[in-house]
Design a protein around this ligand. Structure first.
Ligand code: NAP
Length: 305
């Protein structure tokens, strides 16, 4: 029977909490230690049975761990890695679940006693909810998880982290951190930025108009509010942490938006019709690829069941 031994989860919210539940439910773990700053988070994680031990100090949390999973907001990971480093055993495997990768690799790797034991990762699954209460066991089932190991990574470390995510029901892809960041900039980060913008624009409307927007909110706007309801800390970190790829995609998007604006102004219906026909095909492709009926905020095309 598979066991990943003693797993330490630094940060115990939606993602690490769901990992705890998935590992536990399948009997894939001996001990889970959780680490969080606030006593209420630690108490709740214990109450929910997400962990056996909950501690505040990252160095204490990683003592004796076979695997450590960083699951804090992305830009907090460097400081957390620095604090946990003195407690790490030489063979402990370290991974993370952060939504952008190159910046996390740059922030975390220098603090580790042996960067070859570091296997950065990103489970492409989630919801707009946060904290230990938001965790659920099936979050990773039939989802993808991207690993971005460094060239110098130990093969056994990569295989262990791959096995852990496959154990939760995910399929695993390997790529470079830079490639991951480009792909996620367009599939996830830019759509979140657009949702935040649209909902922000509505919020800026005068009170009367705002009331009507809420009253008549149809599918489109409601979907945007779900995405724009995502955790502000995490998304601030993701957009700043993947700055270059996001700005590149934003530039392209702005050009396309200007073209659309022009087509509307000049009554160029054919252009609009052609674009909307093309995008409809993309939607069909997404469904065909099995990416529909998913509950996660990383894919704003998702239909929530
Ligand atoms: P979450 O539910 O908000 O949980 C974050 C955890 O980190 C909490 O336990 C929190 O507890 C702790 N924490 C917060 N700030 C911290 C800090 N400055 N230093 C140390 N610990 C801190 O977050 P999540 O949604 O699980 O996201 C965690 C990671 O997963 C992020 O890196 C995100 O990019 C990635 N991710 C998220 C999604 C998603 O849909 N949410 C999807 C894929 C990947 P305390 O406040 O008590 O310390």
């Amino acid at each position: 029977m598979t066991s990943f031994g003693h797993v330490t989860l630094i940060g115990i919210g939606l993602i690490n909490g769901s990992l705890a539940k998935a590992l536990r439910a399948r009997g894939g773990v001996e001990t889970i230690t959780a680490c969080a700053r606030r006593p209420e988070t630690r108490e709740r994680a214990l109450e929910l049975g997400l962990c056996d031990f909950a501690v505040e100090d990252p160095a204490q949390a990683v003592e004796g761990a076979d695997i450590v999973v960083l699951g804090t907001p992305p830009l907090a990971m460097g400081a957390v890695a620095e604090r946990m480093a003195p407690g790490l055993y030489p063979r402990t495997i370290i991974t993370d679940v952060g939504s952008m990768k190159a910046r996390i690799v740059a922030d975390v790797a220098p603090h580790l006693p042996d960067p070859a034991r570091f296997v950065p990762g990103h489970p492409v699954a989630g919801t707009e909810h946060s904290g230990p209460d938001a965790a659920f066991e099936t979050l990773f089932v039939n989802r993808r998880c991207v690993l971005t190991p460094l060239e110098t990574a130990d093969a056994d470390a990569v295989e262990t982290i791959r096995a852990m995510w496959e154990f939760t029901g995910s399929s695993v892809d390997l790529m470079t951190p830079e490639h991951h960041d480009k792909v996620l900039a367009i599939t996830s980060h830019l759509p979140h930025l657009i949702a935040y913008t649209i909902v922000g624009t509505v919020d800026d409307l005068e009170e009367q108009a705002q009331t009507e927007v809420f009253k008549y909110a149809a599918g489109g706007f409601t979907d945007f509010t779900r995405i724009a309801g995502s955790d502000p800390t995490m998304w601030r970190d993701v957009l700043l942490g993947n700055r270059e790829a996001v700005l590149e995609m934003l530039g392209r998007f702005s050009e396309d938006l200007a073209a659309l604006q022009r087509a509307i102004r000049w009554g160029e219906g054919d252009k609009l019709f052609d674009l909307f026909t093309r995008t409809r095909e993309i939607r069909r492709g997404v469904i065909a690829a099995g990416q529909s009926y998913i509950r996660q905020q990383d894919d704003p095309l998702a239909d929530r069941p």
